[in-house]
Write a protein that binds this ligand. Structure first.
Ligand code: NAD
Ligand code: DAU
Length: 349
């Protein structure tokens, strides 16, 4: 095997799609998936590839520097694709410290371990940091986030991700660490934990429960199918220019309420319900504190320089996603039992 690559957060939503893509597309690489298996990590997401010869799982917490150093020493990684993070904005509002420990300190621990292992020869090494468009803050009604847009994070989540982005670039500038950073828009697709808008609403429609729309519902996000994000990560890992930042997005902006109406329409059709049935579940609730009004990515740099673009339309991706949740009720029932119920009651009381 000609390369050993560490993927952190590989049991989570996006990470599991990245692990699958790398394990199946590159049999010559050894892929080590490091994940602490928090509430968001689920090895069921990787059942289909868990026995592959080039795949290894390591349960570890990136805030545990000693354990991380040991794993770098053991595997002598050539590259790191870093996705492990606390990722849900609402949780960062109730418990910011968990985000600061994992997203900031955890990233620092990985950078220190990579630096220690690679410091004598950076040739062929890469630290790839996966970040979010939320670091740029909120847009008005027009305009797009560019790679040069100044950082202006507004939530504890985005502030912790912004800090980690700065650390990665600082290690590049100060120690010569070879790195790339990508900042992506909202992902959707199979295996997403049902705390995020789309899977939460799919699950609630399935169970005839209210659909809690924050504020006036006119907040705007740019949606990208998760498999296309994984393809973009593969492209940047192999062809991106070191020291560069690439924005990744779906060229696909939706106001929440319009997206929710499209979801309701597709769900009614798939569940054989009368048109308009699911829309009746829409319930406007108290807004998220500090809610960013609009995100929109200009993804022309990665498109023009690296030839990546989304492969499915939003209607297609949404339809595939709904089908997956309806056909994987066991997965959904498992992740929505126990602690999820407590979280739900607290968040939506
Ligand atoms: P997720 O919450 O589904 O998964 C996160 C994974 O990280 C889980 O498997 C969890 O167990 C693991 N993890 C959490 N804390 C850890 C720790 N201390 N040590 C080791 N593992 C730990 O998140 P996601 O939506 O798949 O996001 C993955 C990455 O992509 C994050 O860095 C996030 O900021 C970024 N991102 C997400 C989106 C999105 O729309 N979901 C968009 C842009 C960027
Ligand atoms: O933009 C990228 C980011 O997208 C990622 O960095 C984050 O990890 C990811 O969680 C996501 O953040 P958002 O806050 O945009 O996603 P979320 O699914 O929580 O919310 C999407 C929109 O829907 C947002 O405007 C808030 C709204 N919303 C969300 C929930 C959970 C509701 O109206 N009701 C809800 O119950």
């Amino acid at each position: 095997m000609n390369k050993t690559i560490l993927i952190t957060g590989g049991a989570g939503f996006i990470g599991s799609h990245v692990v699958r893509l790398f394990v199946t597309k590159y049999p010559e690489y050894k892929i080590v998936n490091l994940d602490a298996l928090t509430y968001a990590g689920n090895l069921e997401n990787l059942k289909d590839i868990e026995k592959a010869d080039n795949y290894i799982f390591e349960k570890a917490d990136i805030t545990d520097a000693e354990h991380i150093n040991k794993l770098f020493d053991q595997y002598k990684f050539d590259g790191v694709v870093h996705l492990a993070a606390e990722s849900h904005v609402d949780r960062s509002i109730t418990d910011p410290n968990a985000f600061i420990y994992t997203n900031v300190m955890g990233t620092a621990n990985l950078l220190n371990a990579a630096r220690e292992l690679w410091k004598d020869n950076y040739e062929g090494k890469l630290f790839y940091h996966i970040s979010t468009d939320e670091v740029y803050g909120s847009l008005g009604e027009t305009g797009f986030f560019l790679e040069t847009t100044p950082y202006d994070p507004q939530s504890p989540y985005s502030a912790s991700k912004a800090s980690s982005d700065h650390l990665v670039r600082a290690y590049g500038n100060t120690y010569g660490m070879p790195f790339v950073v990508t900042n992506c828009s909202n992902n959707y697709g199979q295996n997403q934990f049902p705390e995020k808008l789309l899977p939460l609403f799919i699950n609630n429609i399935r169970n005839n429960k209210p659909l809690p729309v924050y504020g006036d519902g006119k907040y705007t996000r740019d949606w990208l199918y998760v498999v296309d994000h994984a393809r973009a990560i593969d492209t940047v890992y192999h062809n991106g220019k070191q020291g560069e930042t690439y924005n990744i997005g779906g060229f696909n902006e939706w106001q929440n309420i319009e997206l929710i109406k499209l979801l309701c329409k597709q769900m009614d059709e798939k569940l054989g319900r009368e048109a308009g049935t699911s829309e009746e579940l829409i319930t406007y609730v108290k807004d998220r504190p500090g809610h960013d009004r609009r995100y929109a990515i200009d993804a022309n740099k990665i498109k023009n320089e690296l030839g990546w673009e989304p492969s499915v339309t939003f209607e297609e991706g949404l339809s595939i996603t709904i089908d997956w949740y309806l056909n994987n009720e066991e997965w959904l029932n498992n992740v929505t039992s126990g602690d999820y119920q407590k979280y739900y009651e607290k968040q939506y009381a």
